[in-house]
Design a protein around this ligand. Structure first.
Ligand SMILES: [Zn+2]
Length: 151
């Protein structure tokens, strides 16, 4: 069993360059949350908030992220949920399970964008512009931090 980890959350407009440990930074403007891997390895974990990525729940006191966070690209390969500012550790996944999870994610993302495209066909140019803009921001954030994200 791992140690119990309690997180603090901070709502920020811009993500600070130096992240404090056990702190989850949430930028509503960028629809992104970022924290240092809860195992203590110090890697930055970026969780974009969107219907195809993570869902952020703020109950007025604490934060939850859904689904779980699997840091397969880090050496620690830690896997946990963030529930009400608590880290709930999961078992490490086998390679097969990681693979299955990735395929499931890919399907969810494809379904999401298919739905978006269907909406676009109905001819909302503002929705289209917004989508392009969002993607631009996302990649900007990724480049900015030089972070390998989970997708
Ligand atoms: Zn770690």
């Amino acid at each position: 069993m791992r140690d119990k980890v309690l997180l603090t959350h901070k709502f920020v407009e811009l993500i600070p360059r130096e992240l404090e440990a056990n702190t989850i930074y949430v930028s509503v403007a960028y629809a992104t949350a970022i924290h240092k891997c809860c195992c203590g390895c110090g890697n930055r974990v970026v969780t974009p908030i969107s219907p195809a990525d993570w869902k952020l729940i703020f109950d007025g006191r604490s934060i939850s992220l859904d689904p779980s966070i699997g840091n397969w690209s880090f050496p620690c390969r830690s896997h946990y949920w963030i529930r009400n500012n608590r880290v709930v550790w999961s078992d490490q996944w086998s390679d097969e399970e990681i693979d299955a999870g990735r395929k499931k994610d890919a399907r969810a993302t494809a379904a999401h964008f298919n739905r978006k495209n269907a909406g676009k066909a109905e001819g909302s140019s503002s929705a289209k512009a917004k989508k392009v803009n969002n993607n631009g921001l996302k990649s900007k954030i990724k480049k900015w931090f030089g972070v390998k994200t989970l997708d």
